[in-house]
Design a binder for this molecule. Sequence first.
Ligand SMILES: NC(=O)c1ccc[n+]([C@@H]2O[C@H](COP(=O)([O-])OP(=O)(O)OC[C@H]3O[C@@H](n4cnc5c(N)ncnc54)[C@H](OP(=O)(O)O)[C@@H]3O)[C@@H](O)[C@H]2O)c1
Length: 273
Amino acid sequence: MKKIYLLGHPVKQSMSVSILNPIFEKRGMDLRYELLDVKPEELGEVVTGLLKDENCLAFNVTVPHKENVIEYLKDISDDAKDIGAVNCVDAKTGKGYNTDWKGFKKSVENFEVADVATVFGAGGASKAIVYALCVLGFKEIRVVNRTVERAEKLVERFSELFKDKTFKIHSLKESSKALSGADWLVNTTSVGMYPNVDECIPVDEEEIRKLKLVYDVVHNPKITKLLSIAQKVGVNFVSGTEMWINQAKENFKIWNVEEITDEFEEKARELIG
Ligand SMILES: NC(=O)c1ccc[n+]([C@@H]2O[C@H](COP(=O)([O-])OP(=O)(O)OC[C@H]3O[C@@H](n4cnc5c(N)ncnc54)[C@H](OP(=O)(O)O)[C@@H]3O)[C@@H](O)[C@H]2O)c1
């Protein structure tokens, strides 16, 4: 039986397992999706082993391995190289890809691109989303992060890549300034994620009211506290569940199982509610 794994630490209960395995089984596909809890110090050995394992078709990579996995791969796509993170690996070729940014881009395709985006967070998800916002055509990206040095590193990377864009860095205390005149707000932090569903990044209703779009990368719950404020004040909003579904659809192209796309989306939407 061929396997596709999800490598993370800790690797939590994944929605992918409960959606994909019944689909593979029902369609008589000789395939299983399994979780692998991999400690940082074990990553090299595990990845090297999977790339040699004839039964491993592919693997996904999640927190905290998306950056460190790169050094153990044979090749990475140009966009993953630019972003500096890999979340999907074709084990047959040893090549890593970043499908997170494509999932984000696809999930906002119905909204008009504007000039200024304020992005909270500077971790792995932020890198993929800042990249996507630059590709989409935003002119100015403001990065707000608890640890300012991390935002500085991220901005350094993308200023080199996108020389025609303006990047600004803000601490969490400066979030009002970072939102002043902004068009889109994207939360890429884990703030508001289950079980801390009452938490929200430091923004208020009046600031949200002036935006054109509020996006929350958190996919559990579907409607986070941040999105519930956007909903209340009548601003367009998108849940991270859309990015998650769309990145999965990109993974299927790499895994060569595109025939499951519609069924996956239907089951995912049923489960998410
Ligand atoms: N929808 C999707 O498809 C999708 C894809 C990828 C990730 N995600 C979600 O995105 C979130 C972030 O993932 P990641 O990979 O970027 O994680 P990460 O690399 O660990 O980065 C976490 C980010 O959240 C910030 N943060 C964490 N706790 C905070 C707090 N209490 N107050 C303020 N800032 C806080 C961190 O700030 P510091 O730098 O100061 O620590 C950092 O900017 C997670 O909820 C993950 O599930 C969703």
